[in-house]
Design a protein around this ligand. Sequence first.
Ligand code: GH3
Ligand code: MG
Ligand code: MG
Ligand code: MG
Length: 339
Amino acid sequence: MSGLSPFSLPKQPPVILVADDDKTIRLLLREAMEQEGYRVVEVADGKQCLDAYETVKPDIVLLDAIMPVMDGFTCCKHLLQIARNNLMSALADLDTDSATGNTVISKLWERTPILMITSLDDAESVDRAFEAGASDYVTKPIHWAVLRQRLRRLLQQAQVYKQLEAANLALQQLANVDGLTGLANRRRFDEYLNTQWINLAQEESPLSLILCDIDYFKFYNDQYGHPAGDVCLQKVGTVLSKNAQKHHDLVARYGGEEFAVIMPNTHASGAFYVATTMQAGVQNLQIAHDASAVNEFVTLSIGVATLVPTWESSPSDLIVAADKALYTAKAEGRNRIIL
Ligand code: GH3
Ligand code: MG
Ligand code: MG
Ligand code: MG
């Protein structure tokens, strides 16, 4: 099979976590699985299975139904809950909107498949297993050829879903992130501002916007060259990110040498304070700027605006207000903040 085929198995041997209280069955399963080239980790009940899951990080779980301490149905439910929690915290870090999160969650059972292997073959047990989140069901006595094929199929599917997820993440990244600075791009800025506008109109809470523009940046490029200008933009972006402290604040590259910070639930005084830390942070970088008329180092002019969103007004009102403040900061001599 070609390495590029979407149905190829991962490079590392897949890890199978086997939970069964019957030692003989475990041994038989281990032998059969190892013959397939899989790595096997054995546990004797559902509780041990949960304990092992996080450290082993299996590619698939083979679960017996009737086991002491914790049965397979209960274990299955818990496994899904663990996977869901892990995913939710990963998504929170990614600052992904909830719609995307839900798509991933609904596919969760396809990520680490759970295959129940049990002597229970009544309809009710089958229903219980699938309702608990099992991906597939095989009865004992084990039909080994069937088990082998089911396992291969489940592992291949899980691999494809992982690849799709990775591709999806990469696309999201391309669509939302500025390539030079790693900050949110203008598209993401617009989307986030619109979403927050609607949220805060409902809550009747303030929304603040900081607009920063590097002073005499054209001269900086002329003096030090465009590549040095790019590095300067990256450094400024990093400082702005560091100074946006709240989880819901979004720092974006708004245009060429303009940056924007969206601050939901933030009053003017709070936004003004953050703007002062950003201005100071950039000045403290001490990036030499001989061609600047205001300072020996690179500096920012900043406009800050705050509005409580309403249904009658629109996000562009906030942008216009911040832009006006920024214009005043420039007109009054640069390297300053206007609220
Ligand atoms: P002001 O103090 O009034 O803001 O003056 P300025 O020179 O900063 O403003 P102006 O808008 O005239 O120039 C912005 C400059 O930013 C011009 C452009 O070449 C530069 N610029 C925009 N994007 C990039 C980029 O990605 N890399 C580099 N190196 N320069 C950029
Ligand atoms: Mg059993
Ligand atoms: Mg500008
Ligand atoms: Mg400028």
